[in-house]
Design a protein around this ligand. Sequence first.
Ligand code: TIU
Length: 226
Amino acid sequence: MIAVGAQPFGYELSPGHTALVVIDMQRDFVEPGGFGASLGNDVSLLHTAIPPIAALLAAWRARGWPVLHTRECHRPDLSDCPPAKRERGDPTLRIGDPGPMGRLLIAGEAGADIIPALAPAPGEWVIDKPGKGMFWATGLHERLQAAGITHLLFTGVTTEVCVQTSMREANDRGYVCLIVEDATESYFPEFKRAALDMISAQGAIVGWRAPSSAVLSALDANAVSR
Ligand code: TIU
């Protein structure tokens, strides 16, 4: 095990059995004209998470460890998009409506793609999910179990929506989870702070938190192993 300095106490990372999870780093959330912007958000707030995610991806790839990307998106016929989700609120564009990057949150459209800076490498998992959480209607738990993955490091956007939902789902399924503080972002800085606090409170009730520097220095201090 590799010891990572974390809160509320040290995290033990299992080499080769810890997947790096990159949640929804899609153009639809990060670039102007997408779903995140349609909800009235300043998408530039998410950009600070990109370099730390890229550094973690490089570290995982160098070790041949598992990497998992998710995309929040729906089928073109919207058969997996509950009307209650599509009709919520008063966005400028709704899921499935045409926008400058194609139809919002629809698989295969440009906006649903992961941003080029964090593009999945060959062999990495890409999970399309119709919900905020990565386990709902994806079959992911069975795949992780079959691959022997026991630990998950969470990155991506947004902290209190898809990242937190996925981490809570993972915690309930028995995965040992850590969220990387600077590799996740929210449109609402106060929500990010609160989400990190509620995850790690009460003796890591949902999981651990640590900056990417703590993860990377822990890896550097250990010989490359698979
Ligand atoms: N709106 C918002 O903050 N997030 C989402 O709708 N999805 C994800 O977090 N990926």
